[in-house]
Design a protein around this ligand. Structure first.
Ligand SMILES: Cc1cc2nc3c(=O)[nH]c(=O)nc-3n(C[C@H](O)[C@H](O)[C@H](O)COP(=O)(O)OP(=O)(O)OC[C@H]3O[C@@H](n4cnc5c(N)ncnc54)[C@H](O)[C@@H]3O)c2cc1C
Length: 394
């Protein structure tokens, strides 16, 4: 596969020494910056980000250390780390229960603006994204358009130097927490559906936007439906040309799928499942064998993650590697969540928010299992990714 070809052969001893020094630096930072309450918030995370108080505090600490954007180039405030360093950093964060950031902006829009934004857009949006002042949500899906995104019908009509938006977006993660949104809207209906789309940046508090919560399987409020009623957005907030939003959105999804360190998400749950199994004193061979098998799958996947995208940025025509990472990562995530559930056995049926620690951990494993069902739907369903990979191979 194209992403696996041409690996650099480095002196293993030199790499090990450099990795060792880097790991020491990361561990020393985590030892002091990750306070017990932040670790607890990390452990209790069900969805794609931790409780917002912990999120903001952890974001601030990473920003002050210069490590909040591992995948961004150093010239734009990122770390400039290699794929190996990003992997080591994310692995340590996972093993130490660091809170998951609310990072839609950092993972997808930031890299896109660095690549395709105007200088004024970079100046306006990148710094507040790094500092955590701006939190972004993604307005792509609609009630009638998900996998087939080109069929979206939320319209934006040009009115002088503004677009006026009417319509609705759905499943918008964190719309109630974010102050900004990037969205794809329809500016023309002629020709192929992909041709009439435009990519816009907007403020969530613009008059005419209203947000309705959707409660998920785990009982959490993470996603929303967002309504647009005559929402005015300046034309200067457009990324790419009018009518060319399809290409911009596709690139954003490639970047997003390449930047969310899926192996670290899986490692978090597997690590906790292994700890719970050890604490239970359970001698069930079946669970031990599953743990070993999952650990092997995880390490193989982590290696693929580093090899597939050594620069962290897929080439523009590389649909397959981001799709493989998303597909394998989300399906492994679900297998590991199911394993953790089985480790807790009947405790997983306990009510949430119990005072008994074992019951609370069991209930959390169940809630996590339910929350992770969505992993093979968001950011493209597994079927969609299988189609992309198969098409790429033919
Ligand atoms: C928890 C969660 C968070 C989300 N967050 C966001 C967000 O922040 N912003 C955003 O814009 N969207 C978000 N989404 C929406 C998500 O991207 C869509 O749900 C997803 O793209 C699927 O679209 P759909 O729900 O319309 O299902 P559909 O596209 O209607 O698909 C229904 C089923 O048909 C299958 N299917 C569809 N087309 C094909 C095909 N060609 N071949 C084979 N099978 C096919 C699908 O795989 C799926 O199983 C989120 C979704 C969830 C569950």
């Amino acid at each position: 596969m194209s992403g696996l070809a041409g690996r650099n052969i480095a002196d293993p001893a030199a790499v090990e020494a450099r990795d060792g020094a880097f790991l020491e630096e990361v561990r020393a930072f985590l030892d002091t910056a990750l306070t017990p309450d932040l670790r607890e918030a990390g452990r209790r995370t069900l969805g794609v980000h931790a409780d917002m108080g912990a999120c903001r505090l952890w974001h601030r600490r990473l920003y002050e250390r210069g490590w909040v954007a591992p995948a961004w180039p150093a010239e734009w405030g990122g770390t400039g780390w290699s794929a190996r360093r990003r992997f080591l950093f994310e692995r340590e964060c996972a093993l130490n229960d660091a809170p998951l950031l609310f990072a839609t902006g950092l993972r997808s829009l930031g890299p896109l603006i660095i690549e395709q934004g105007f200088p004024a857009q970079r100046a306006r949006y990148l710094q507040p994204m790094l500092s955590g002042e701006d939190m972004w949500c993604q307005g792509f899906s609609e009630p009638g358009a998900g996998s087939d995104l080109a069929t979206i019908s939320t319209r934006a009509e040009r009115d002088g130097d503004h677009y006026v938006i009417n319509g609705t977006k759905i499943w918008t993660t964190g719309a109630h927490l974010a102050n900004r949104m990037f969205a794809v809207v329809r500016t023309a209906s002629e020709g192929k559906p992909q041709n009439g789309l435009t990519f816009l940046l907007l403020d969530v508090d613009t008059p005419g936007i209203s947000i309705a919560p959707i409660i998920d399987l785990a009982g959490e409020h993470e996603v929303n439906q967002v309504f647009f009623d005559g929402v005015r957005v300046p034309v200067e907030n457009r990324i790419g040309a009018e009518g060319e939003g399809w290409g911009v959105a596709k690139r954003l999804m490639q970047l997003a799928r390449s930047n969310n360190s899926p192996s670290a998400l899986v490692r978090r749950i597997l690590h906790r499942g292994a700890q719970a199994l050890a604490a239970s004193g359970d001698l069930d061979d079946g669970l031990h064998a599953r743990l070993a098998g999952l650990q092997i799958e995880l390490e193989a996947f982590a290696q693929l993650e580093q090899d597939a995208l050594p620069s962290g940025r897929p080439r523009a025509n590389d649909d397959a590697n981001p799709s493989m990472l998303k597909l394998i990562g989300s399906e492994l995530h679900q297998k590991v969540a199911a394993f953790a559930l089985d480790v807790f056995g009947p405790m997983a049926m306990a009510p949430r928010h119990s005072r008994d620690e074992a019951m609370e951990d069991g209930a959390h494993a169940m809630a996590k299992y339910l929350a992770v069902r969505a992993a093979t739907i968001y950011s493209g369903t597994s079927e969609t990714h299988r189609n992309i990979i198969a098409r790429w191979m033919m």
